[in-house]
Design a protein around this ligand. Sequence first.
Ligand code: MEV
Length: 329
Amino acid sequence: MVTSSAPGKVYLFGEHAVVYGEPAVPCAIERRARVTAEQRDDDKLRVNATDLTLDGFTVEYDGSVADTPDIDVAEPLLEEGMGYVNQAIEQARDAAGAQDVGFDVTVQSAIPLGAGLGSSAAVVNAAIDAATRELGVELDPREIADRAYRVEYEVQDGQASRADTFCSAMGGAVRVEGDDCRQIPDVPNLPFVVGYDGGSGDTGKLVAGVRDLREEYGFAADTVEAIGDIVREGEAALEADDLDELGELMNFNHGLLSALGVSSRSLDAMVWAAREGDALGAKLTGAGGGGCIVALDPTEGTETALRYTPGCEATFRAELDTDGVRVES
Ligand code: MEV
């Protein structure tokens, strides 16, 4: 039996635009998904998932989602979740050349599902690592990231960048532009504060919405490119340890994501509350539609403001996690 874990992430800059080849800078945070994999005597996959900040659930999985007792999670989200685990196990089988091996898989995650904190990438990375190690194969984190990307690409119908999976596999702050993925060395201390509205967004639909806008309007395509410009400016601000400039650019990035239709009333309310709480900057993180915002604030101001914001269910400080996917036991 092997347990591996991988971190979630926030986007400092660049979500959505990264799908069209613009750069993005996601940062791993100290909230992890832990996956335990144990070989079975048959070829079935049994998934037991708990702590997905939702009620725990157990699923016997042999090709379809069956028996989902007392689940407080939308069925499509559950099916999508099972799709990720199923595909991750397929990748592990492929990497180890062991097609017919069954697994008992337990997922424990402190990362809310579909909320912009990279829950699926973390679960997929940890599952690939745990299952391959259980089969006696140790993969390089870059190969895990590559295989995890193939899973996201498949589950999200061909609309995925390498950003979430690479960031979670490697840890720290990373830069992703197309297939060019690197870690960013010597990042300053980034005082991230997360606000969570308790909801989630449908990544596939949100990505498709941006694609449609981009095809319909030249200015939407320009907006996507402008996000790329913000990321490039942001990289210079990171290098100069200029937190004020980073905050300003985060505000700008949020405005452009809003223009592309991926924000929501609750995300906007949390972003404004954070700014009124004296955050240096705030934006949605991830696909949007609902879920989380990330603010930059070395003081208590943002957390206090978010606690009194209707629609904000939880707020917490998120430290940068320099560790990527790793074996736990
Ligand atoms: C989702 O966390 C980030 C998006 O840019 C999609 C992707 O990069 O695959 C919206």
